[in-house]
Ligand binder design. Sequence first.
Ligand code: PAF
Length: 278
Amino acid sequence: MEIITDITALRSILRNKKSITFVPTMGNLHDGHLSLIRMARQQRTDCIVVSIFVNHLQFLPNEDFEQYPRTLEEDCKQLKNYDVNIVFAPNKKTLYPEPQETLLTPPPIANELEGKFRPGFFCGVTTVVLKLFNIIQPQIAIFGNKDFQQLHIVKKMVKQLNLPINILAGETVRLKNGLALSSRNQYLNEIQLEEATRLYQTLTEIKQFVEKGNKDFKYLQENAVILLTKFGWRVDYIELRQKDDLSNAMPNDTDLVVLGAAWLNETRLIDNLEIRCK
Ligand code: PAF
């Protein structure tokens, strides 16, 4: 496994590769990331590239960019056991040698859900993902389903910009109690970690109600916010949306997703569950 920090060096190594699977990350790898890398192995391409880069463009000024855990050495140790060929770990100057004035405008859905509470987030994500795609030129790229809206927006970008890349989605990895793995879980103390599962439980209840035929989406959403608030959460949103385009869920839709984002003290958690109605 090679750890490359330089774009020219990376390009020269990748020039000889026939097919590349790419897993973009911000590092601090946990089982969720490792499951994406296991998926990458199954693709049987010539080369697996994992990028590790905490992208300042996708953090608002008051967010946790400085605090975000950076654990490159441990990450590389883990990746060595996973047949990863190349870790691309550029620094900020390498990826952004000058202020990034050319920015992607993501589709309007990027202003809803996450984008409503983190304005500019998807502009930052799509801009860095496109830069990484241009540098690495993979045939396949793998993103986690946990960031459901991110996955949707990346797929849209690839389609609308005619990028010859197949985007695959990896399942969310959860603890036994349902809590979705996230690097931000580390900000939580033991008591908060227990409480954190309530977001998953609340989404699960909504999923069960909808699957049993309850179509009062507004009530289900509002009730979930009231419940979480009672337990000390600050809820950004709990919303039922159509799975395919993330537009508002309608009573006759069969494939839905319930998405939630909420704060437990200073930590913001997100999660989602797909729903299939009969
Ligand atoms: O999901 C993430 O970790 C990041 O948003 C990504 C895709 C690596 C871009 O910085």
